[in-house]
Structure formats: structure tokens, C-alpha cells
Design a protein around this ligand. Structure first.
Ligand code: NAD
Ligand code: MG
Length: 296
């Protein structure tokens, strides 16, 4: 694999067929085959987030981990949330942040709980000494073929994880964010092209875009920016842990013009840009990275 983004060879990234694999939810990056590329060996920073303080949900694996590694290497201190079952992945991320010379604040807990979300922000602020960047990235995605089989419990869990938590965490964070702060919410290509097996999930991803656009208008006067990212198919534990049926994981990303799933590291520069002062005139926007199909 190339050592930096400029010489990165798209052809070097894995494509189908992937080995058949399933994991119990929420899944671990360390148990994926091939292991996702979160930029562990390739992402190089250049001081674009020096001294900033970020909170990332779902920072243990996938897109959130790629953002955590990149933020740290760009000079930011990083607090991140994950589920207790993901402690092994989280420890790897904490070690990578510390290896970049930055403060890591791992904060396990379940964001379906309002009281925990409020505490999460308080603990992040205490651990970091403030907060400049909030990345609402955690999500639940559970594939169900028929509407008749989506239980009320599942619908509730998807909305709690993907929407309520974003609302609770953002509301709590607002007391700490100042002029120059950035909020980044992870949406999805499914907001634009909802697959038939992800009705509840895709609906939350569309709502995230609308929430982000409205929020951007509300907080612009305070110098705070809010944007969303809409990824296409990315190689993360979300997919083999119930997000897709196993046969779809084997051919994941094949339907895109690029013919492969994205690797989390390929989104890292997008999160860095939206978090940094370089994006000072970018707000209320949705940034796509979809391999050529769908999205904004
Ligand atoms: P991932 O599994 O690596 O990350 C999702 C994280 O959500 C998990 O690591 C977990 O820590 C967290 N999470 C889930 N439920 C939680 C709960 N109740 N409490 C606390 N944390 C919880 O997968 P990913 O693909 O990197 O997902 C990150 C974001 O990217 C999600 O918002 C997802 O919807 C979005 N996304 C992913 C894809 C894709 O193809 N992988 C495509 C579009 C959008
Ligand atoms: Mg995870």
C-alpha cells in the first residue's frame, strides 16, 4: 500500500469477491477479512487541526476510527465513544492517538440512553479541556427484507441510535462549542437511494441531512459550522454484523462505477477538511464519497 494519499493507488484497494463473513453486532474491525484500512500506516498529518479538541462517536472502528486517527495526526486531541463490547478495537485507536502525541479519551457507553449522552459530552469536555469539533458518526444498521418484519423494537433502536443520540449529544455540546467550532454528522448514500432492505436506517440518514441543514442555519451566527458526510459503501464492521446479508458482503461495493467499496481512510481527508478552518465558508452542506453512484 502506498505510504501517503498523493501516491495512493486505487487499484491497490480490495474488491470482490470478499470472503464470506458474519459477526455478532456490533462487530469488530480486527475480525474483518481483509482488515479495513483506517489509515493506520498511511495517513500523514500536516498540522491542519493543531490544538483542537474533538469528540467522535463510533470512533473505535470504520469511518469514525479513520477520522480519529487523522484528527490526531493533524494535531487534535480526541475523545471517542463506542460500545463496551468494542473495547479491543477502542484500545487500538487510543494507542494510535497517543502514538501521534495527542491526548486520547476513550469513553465507552450506550448512546441510546439520554443520560449517558449528556454525561458523554461532559466527560469529553473534562478529558479534553474543551470541545471544538463534534462528529456524530455512530449508527445502527440492521438489514430486514420486508416491512412486515421490522419490529417496533428495531425501529426504536435505529432511531434512538441514529437520530435521538445525535440530538442529545449535539444539544449538550452546544453549551461548549465556540466561534470556529465544527459539527459533522455522518449520513449516507441511502438517504438518496434507499435500498429495499434498510427502510428504517435510510429514513434516519435522510433525517440527519435535514437536521444538519437546519442546524447550520441556526448556529451560523455563532460562528459554528454544521455539515454532513454521505458515504457510499465502505468496508467496515457495520456491514458483516447485520448491516447486510452475508451474500451482499461478498460483493460489497461492486455496484459502484469504481467497482469496490471505499476504505475508511479514503474518507479521512473529508472529515479533516470539514473540521478545519479551511472549510470556513462550508456549512449546511452534504459531502459525498460514493464511488460514482448516488449521493448528493
Ligand atoms: P462501524 O461499525 O465501524 O461504526 C459504527 C459504530 O457505531 C460502531 O463502532 C459503534 O461503536 C457505534 N454504535 C452503534 N450503536 C451504538 C450504541 N448504541 N451506543 C454507542 N455506540 C454505538 O461502521 P461505519 O460504517 O464506520 O459507520 C460509521 C457511520 O458511517 C455510520 O453513521 C453509518 O451509518 C455511516 N455509513 C456507513 C456506510 C458503510 O457502507 N459502511 C455507508 C454510509 C454511511
Ligand atoms: Mg465498532
Amino acid at each position: 500500500m502506498a505510504s501517503d494519499g498523493t501516491s495512493r493507488q486505487a487499484a491497490a484497494y480490495p474488491r470482490r469477491p470478499f470472503p464470506r463473513q458474519e459477526q455478532p453486532w456490533p462487530g469488530l474491525a480486527s475480525r474483518m477479512d481483509p482488515r479495513p484500512d483506517h489509515g493506520e500506516t498511511s495517513y500523514r498529518g500536516s498540522g491542519r487541526l493543531t490544538g483542537r479538541k474533538a469528540l467522535i462517536t463510533g470512533g473505535d472502528s470504520g469511518i469514525g476510527r479513520a477520522a480519529a486517527i487523522a484528527f490526531a495526526r493533524e494535531g487534535a486531541d480526541v475523545a471517542f465513544n463506542y460500545l463496551p463490547a468494542e473495547e479491543a478495537d477502542a484500545q487500538e485507536v487510543a494507542a494510535l492517538i497517543r502514538a501521534a502525541g495527542r491526548t486520547a479519551v476513550p469513553l465507552p457507553g450506550d448512546i441510546r440512553d439520554e443520560a449517558f449522552c449528556t454525561r458523554l459530552v461532559a466527560d469529553a469536555v473534562r478529558g479534553l479541556g474543551g470541545l471544538d469539533i463534534l462528529v456524530n458518526n455512530a449508527a445502527r444498521q440492521h438489514s430486514v427484507d420486508s416491512l412486515a418484519d421490522i419490529t417496533t423494537e428495531q425501529f426504536d433502536e435505529t432511531l434512538k441510535t441514529n437520530l435521538y443520540a445525535m440530538f442529545w449529544i449535539t444539544r449538550a455540546a452546544m453549551a461548549h462549542l465556540k466561534d470556529g467550532a465544527a459539527i459533522i454528522n455522518t449520513s449516507s448514500v441511502t438517504a438518496y437511494e434507499p435500498p429495499e432492505n434498510l427502510l428504517d436506517y435510510a429514513a434516519t440518514k435522510a433525517a440527519i441531512i435535514t437536521f444538519t441543514k437546519g442546524l447550520a442555519r441556526q448556529v451560523a451566527g455563532r460562528g459554528i459550522r454544521a455539515n454532513a458526510v454521505a458515504p457510499g459503501p465502505f468496508w467496515t464492521p457495520l456491514q458483516p454484523s447485520g448491516g447486510q446479508p452475508p451474500e451482499k458482503v461478498e460483493h460489497f461495493g461492486a455496484e459502484t462505477p469504481l467497482g469496490r467499496p471505499g476504505q475508511p481512510v479514503e474518507l479521512a481527508p473529508v472529515y479533516v477538511f470539514l473540521a478545519s478552518g479551511e472549510a470556513s465558508y462550508v456549512t449546511g452542506h452534504v459531502y459525498g464519497a460514493v464511488g460514482g453512484r448516488g449521493g448528493p
